[in-house]
Design a protein around this ligand. Structure first.
Ligand code: SAH
Ligand code: SF4
Ligand code: F3S
Length: 462
């Protein structure tokens, strides 16, 4: 693994200023997970660094960049729909540049499809190419033809990329990239490449900067944060719990979240760390995917329902009040009624505060794509409805049980009612309460007085 530092490309900045009389505008749209959103923030930073202004409307833009997601078929269809919609805009404005990057762009068949069917897309580059964007743009601005990069994985981490964050109080902080797990349904390891960890000192430096800039919520990102540290040498050697302990020493008023924790690697040491460190939210996102040992094995998840529940139990015993959330896939190839009932059963046993649920989507090139999948779509949708109903009842009961407490929340935005603010609890629940908009981006004490479905209602207790 090689670590490099970003350097501003003066040649690219010059090419941009030569092509436009006034600073051109870029519109960057990111799809998919937080990791991708964070990449989008760095893409914006790099563009700003070479002279682009940023805008929120594609119609105003001189450059439109879609930072794409490939995790489910629906995600890809949305991107192609949105790219298709740009054809008219490009005809009206021939100087408009259109680019595709991110996870979809790391698949050969997608690059081919763009080459053949979307001639007005000017350039394509993959997830590891953020630092290469300036030179690629410069080449395109010098009218050197379309640039469609072939998917490639670089065993490199580029530090020091400029960034334009979307929030002034909540920040994404990647600690690692890629994934080595190869769950049989999942495209991520193919498009994001092998796992690579940032060095602790680089993470700490970015973290300190965020705390100093007043960020309150810092979310550490990785496809499997619990395997952080693989491949680090010498003094850098540490695991995820060690990294958390290193960061938590930084003084300041902030809290840390992290995702995603793979159950196979979530250790008791991690849970002991959550219990010991006040800066860590007492909440664990621990995707289980399904509640059938037979399917967990076919998914290549490397844990059983029993082991998963053991971990939940350990966390409950060690961290009073800890809450959980999870991802679930409904309708994995060959899922039987019995498998699905196992999932419902597990969901009831754990009592998740939140569930992110997905109907299985076949991804070309993954092992599960060739598994027989006889269950009709209608049956999968019916199972999904049953799962959602079960979860709604659980979440509503859990939310109601919070009423009466006084809690600290981070005020994040506005609520539905006039004059209402919305804030988030340590356990990731949302509360709406009347308060001064000056509180946005800071902590407030709120007494929980009721609930509307799974949203808590409260009043200021400051
Ligand atoms: N690395 C994380 C999340 C990766 S993607 C983890 O391991 O949990 C986020 C979620 O998308 C996954 O947890 C899974 O529930 C879902 N997902 C991934 N591939 C999918 C597919 N082919 N069909 C349906 N859902 C999928
Ligand atoms: Fe996909 Fe599994 Fe890796 Fe998560 S851990 S990104 S689900 S392969
Ligand atoms: Fe999508 Fe890539 Fe994230 S496939 S979920 S944007 S890692």
């Amino acid at each position: 693994m090689e670590y490099q530092r970003y350097e501003r490309s003066a040649a690219a900045a010059q090419a941009v200023s030569r092509c436009y009389d006034t600073p051109p505008l870029a519109y960057v749209h990111s799809y998919g997970c937080q990791q991708n959103v964070n990449d989008g923030e760095r893409l914006k930073g790099v563009l700003a660094d070479i002279g682009y202004g940023l805008c929120d409307a594609p119609e105003q833009a001189d450059l439109i960049l879609f930072n794409t997601c490939a995790v489910r078929e629906h995600a890809e269809q949305r991107v192609f729909g949105n790219v298709g919609a740009l054809k008219g805009l490009k005809e009206k404005k021939p100087g408009l540049l259109i680019g595709l990057c991110g996870c979809m762009a790391n698949q050969k068949q997608i690059v081919e499809k763009v080459r053949k069917s979307y001639p007005y897309v000017d350039f394509v580059f993959g997830v590891d190419g953020i630092d290469t964007l300036p030179d690629l743009l410069a080449r395109r601005l010098q009218k050197k033809g379309r640039i469609l990069m072939e998917p490639a994985q670089r065993p490199v981490i580029v530090e020091g990329l400029p960034i334009r964050r979307e929030s002034e109080f909540r920040a994404w902080l990647p600690i690692m990239y890629g994934c080595d797990n190869f769950c049989t349904y999942c495209i991520v390891p193919y498009v994001r490449g092998r796992e690579k960890s940032r060095r602790p000192a680089d993470i700490l430096e970015e973290f300190r900067g965020l705390v100093a800039a007043g960020y309150k919520e810092i979310t550490l990102l990785g496809q499997n944060v619990n395997s952080y540290g693989k491949g680090l040498d010498g003094a850098d050697r540490m695991d995820f719990a060690d990294l958390l302990n290193l960061l938590c020493v930084v003084p300041g008023d902030y809290h840390i979240r992290f995702m995603t924790s793979h159950p196979k690697d979530a250790s008791r040491k991690l849970i002991d760390t959550i219990a010991a460190q006040p800066h860590l939210c007492k909440h664990l996102h621990l995707p289980v995917q399904c509640g059938s040992d037979r399917l967990l094995e076919q998914m290549n998840r490397h844990y059983t329902v029993e082991r998963y529940l053991d971990l939940i139990e350990y966390a409950r015993a060690k961290v009073p009040g800890i809450t959980f959330s999870s991802d679930i896939i409904v309708g994995f190839p060959g899922e039987t009624e019995e498998d699905f009932e196992g999932t419902l059963d597990l969901v009831r046993k754990v009592g998740y505060m939140q569930l992110f649920t997905f109907i299985y989507s076949r991804r070309e090139g993954t092992p599960a794509a060739s598994y027989p999948d006889p269950t009709p779509r209608s049956e999968k949708t019916a199972r999904m409805a049953r799962l959602l109903k079960t979860q709604d009842e659980i979440a509503m009961a859990l939310v109601k049980a919070q009423v009466g407490q006084t809690v600290r929340v981070l005020v994040e935005g506005y609520g539905r009612a006039e004059g209402a603010l919305s804030g988030r609890l340590d356990n990731n629940l949302t509360v709406e309460f009347a308060g001064d908009p000056a509180l946005l981006g800071s902590y407030a004490m709120v007494r929980l007085t009721g609930a509307r479905a799974t949203v808590l209602l409260g009043e200021s207790a400051d």
